[in-house]
Design a protein around this ligand. Sequence first.
Ligand code: SF4
Length: 259
Amino acid sequence: MSGNISPSPKKPGVTAQDNLKDICVAGITPFTTIDFPGRLAGVFYLQGCPWRCRYCYNAEFWPLPDRQAGLSSAGPGVPLDKILEFLKARKGHLDGIVFSGGEPTLHEHLAVWMKTIREMGFEIGLHTGGMAPERLREVLPLCDWVGMDIKAPFRLYESVTGVKGSGSLARQSAEIVLQSRIPYEFRTTFHPALLSERDILELARELVSMGCTHYTLQMFRPDHCPDKELRESDVAITGISASLRQTLQSLFPDFSVRE
Ligand code: SF4
């Protein structure tokens, strides 16, 4: 594991439940071999994301949690005692837990969760869109792997996320991930109605200039996509051209296409 933050202080009378109560876990995938490379993992989906990517597969997690009530507007989430039961039962059977969402780095107490779960013997994976660079910087030392979505060339981010300034936040986060030297994957979802091959090439060159060596292009999948127009787009999703594939292979030592 790669953490260098000291373990949570053991204050008398402070229980694991006290440490964990402020995060809304909207759902759990109990077992996956694809969300944390090389590990058997469980996935915790944290509630809330203010971006509105048209291809989002997890739009049910968009509503932000109501901190006062400890609930999300989409529902109460998984009760904490069930989460702790899950972790105890999977200890020794799963290698790690992945925090996904929604956007995990929006949660103020993410580091406390990660520390607590590491102390239980799990490795930690993180999926992020990079919208909270300072929280990302705080939690990265507790992570063993990070998968970061890179939505578009940074100047075009708003056209995918619908949010002004999102490109600048994502760029800062990508730099923080690269500087951390923690294993990572940068990945971009490709739909020809959102990004052209020229845009992908521009983005790839930006990433290379920042020092990125691991890059994946994942093809749009219509399942769970909230955008009817994209889902039913008659633009054929035929994948990328052979020449773009070749160029990307030559730019990144580790490049893959996820069909
Ligand atoms: S950042 Fe992620 S969770 Fe948020 S809208 Fe985009 S794809 Fe969905």
